[in-house]
Ligand binder design. Structure first.
Ligand code: FES
Length: 271
């Protein structure tokens, strides 16, 4: 049988990027980076706008509700509206209370292993997709500033455990409707689903799994760690799903509270 000669020259180990390094892929590989970029840009634009708004983030006793936007919880500024305030306040803070706490969830997401992959592909094109050339001529990894900051991820994880606990507390508080007693409204469900998704996203984190099982040479000597590691491993496999679901839902939860607080929507009581 005669061999068919390929006319395409493939150079292995060549220079990264450049005009000679075009991809051989024929499929629509660009759809994923473009979709990733669109969702992330939409989230960044909305969350920045919402954080600077400094209003319509709380529905209080006047409406027989106790709903706070996840972007503003815990509300630590002295300017927080009555009812939304946590026990401790920075009275000197004059800007939006959301800006005080934004660094923690933002830092957690920015340094997340999954999001790194996504935004390195979508924004830096480094590389844009499998078997597609890098848009840059060199690669220094995460060994220099600013990307060396990615190593802070585990510390953001610890901080997020506190934030998730706070948002869970908010969801539980939402069941108590001032003047009416206990009940379930659409807002209660929105805050509860938000807290569940954020817990799932955090507990499926690679740093969390490493905390449980990493460094243990012998699981039989660490039965508790082994149990946690076994529990978290299936969640970890779905980390990407929880990353997107929690990102979209946290924005939707803010939208919901904002609409109710501004009077554009009624928070219906289900029972
Ligand atoms: S790896 Fe994604 S949150 Fe830790």
């Amino acid at each position: 049988m005669a061999l068919v000669e390929s006319s395409t020259k493939v150079v292995l180990g060549g220079v990264r990027g450049g005009p000679d390094a075009a991809t051989l892929r024929q499929d629509r590989w660009w759809i994923q980076p473009v979709a990733t970029m669109s969702v992330l840009v939409a989230f960044i634009v909305y969350s920045t706008w919402a954080a600077f708004q400094n209003k319509y983030y709380y529905v209080g006793a006047a409406a027989h509700r106790d709903l706070i936007s996840p972007f503003y919880s815990p509300c630590l500024a002295g300017s927080c509206v009555a009812g939304a305030k946590s026990g401790f306040a920075f009275n000197w803070w004059r800007l939006s209370p959301a800006l005080l706490i934004l660094i923690f969830p933002l830092g957690f997401r920015l340094t997340c292993y999954y999001y790194r992959r996504s935004y390195y592909r979508a924004f830096w094109w480094s590389p844009p997709a499998c078997a597609v050339a890098d848009a840059h001529g060199s690669y220094s990894g995460e060994t220099r500033f600013p990307l060396i900051m990615q190593n802070l991820h585990r510390y953001f994880f610890y901080a997020l455990l506190l934030f998730n606990s706070m948002l869970t507390y908010d969801a539980v508080r939402a069941f108590d409707q001032p003047g009416l007693g206990l009940g379930v409204t659409v807002g209660t469900i929105v805050l509860s689903v938000n807290a569940i998704l954020l817990w799932r996203y955090s507990l499926s984190c690679h740093a969390c799994r490493h905390l449980c099982g990493g460094g243990a040479r012998n699981f039989s000597a660490h039965p508790l760690r082994y149990r946690f590691w076994k529990m978290l491993t299936p969640l970890n496999a779905k980390h990407m799903n929880f990353a997107w679901a929690s990102l979209v839902f946290v924005a939707l939860a803010d939208v919901y509270v904002r609409l109710v607080a501004s009077g554009a929507l009624t928070d219906y009581k289900l029972f």
